[in-house]
Design a protein around this ligand. Sequence first.
Ligand code: ARG
Length: 467
Amino acid sequence: MSGNSGSNQMWGGRFAAGPSAIMREINASIPFDKALWRQDITASKAHVGMLGAQGIVSADDAQLIAEGLDKVAAEYEANGVPENWDLEDIHMTTESRLAELIGAAAGRLHTARSRNDQVATDFRLWVRDAMDQAELGLKQLQVALVSRAGEHAESIMPGFTHLQTAQPVTLGHHLMAYYEMIGRDRSRFADARARMNRCPLGSAALAGTGFPIDRFRTAEALGFDAPTDNSLDSVSDRDFALDYLMAAAQCSLHLSRLAEEFIIWASQPFGFVTLPDSLSTGSSIMPQKKNPDAAELVRGHSGRIVGCLTALMITMKGLPLAYSKDMQDDKPPVFEAASLLALSIAAMTGMVAEAAFRTQRMRGAAELGYATATDLADWLVRQANIPFREAHHITGSAVKLAESRGVALDQLPLEDLKAIDARIDERVFAALSVEASVAARASHGGTAPVEVRKRVAQARVALGLEE
Ligand code: ARG
């Protein structure tokens, strides 16, 4: 424990000075919270406008500060935000530059506020924008889904359960399933936005302030519905960020499932789709390869987005009221999730819009695998009044026979079908085609082209594509 350097002998090798260098580094949030600079300027301008209007600072100082903030913003816009760890974060960086530009009056900006309510406000504004952007991007994805679904309302493909051929469905129906999922994602972002749109500014460090501030005025200036109602809650609440991440995580699961479909469909044994060149890559060793990397990365990114949600949940779970410095770590996971989500939405929108669906291959696959076996059973119930369980058994025998001969159900001679059950007659063949199978499923929300077209039409209205 000697020496004058101040550097710790055990672990100080990389430090010029002692613990203060570590403190500086661990404390600095400027490397990531500089992303909040626009929100920080906007919220500070709202705050100083209110301070001026309430006579808490003079009108002259308020004006000087507001103009100074505009100058700082112009500098950030032109040159980026300088990263000085000594200034810790975007809030102190901005205030310190403001002081260099306008002098002592800059010191009045922080009257009746704290960085605790300041960061809570800035971050809310940022997350609110991210929610709006997600909502907008997802709407574009829905537009792409609906347009391809309309094109393929009659294209027949195998529908799967357990990834085993189950019953024929239409590609339009399959795509519209994702329209529904993405619609729920949009509503989750919209719900979260409505819930979070309250302004914490003016809660100060934790207890409110003795200055005669007008929190309704700042709330309104920043586009919030109202101020928050409890100052302790206001500075320690990050529910809005968690709500965003929960919506993002669930959305990313949907995007990942869609990506997975494209990956499977693009594989050679399936051959259901040719991916757009613009969203694929080649192999450096296998010249024939065209890899679905964008879809695979969307699938991968969902894991990271879920990780971001987990990270912030664990950060928040043990914190007593009010602010604790742990909460500085709230931003990286949200920023990371937001950029991964935006990329994922854009990639899947391009994929859906530009993929070339190989409808002949899909149809051919639907004809294999006895996808219309349920139609035979349903026919026995309807035409021969056989209980469904018995019809299921009879159909099983027919499938077994067809399989042993390597033919489709509708290629079995009538006599052989009759030998299995005498109540079968020649009308059965009309029910066994894949077209008849999908057309029959016209129950609400079913796969019949008529139902798919109906839902596509409703969706086009909901998306504002049609009156
Ligand atoms: N850099 C901090 C953060 O991002 C700002 C709030 C600091 N407040 C405090 N009491 N030290 O959370």
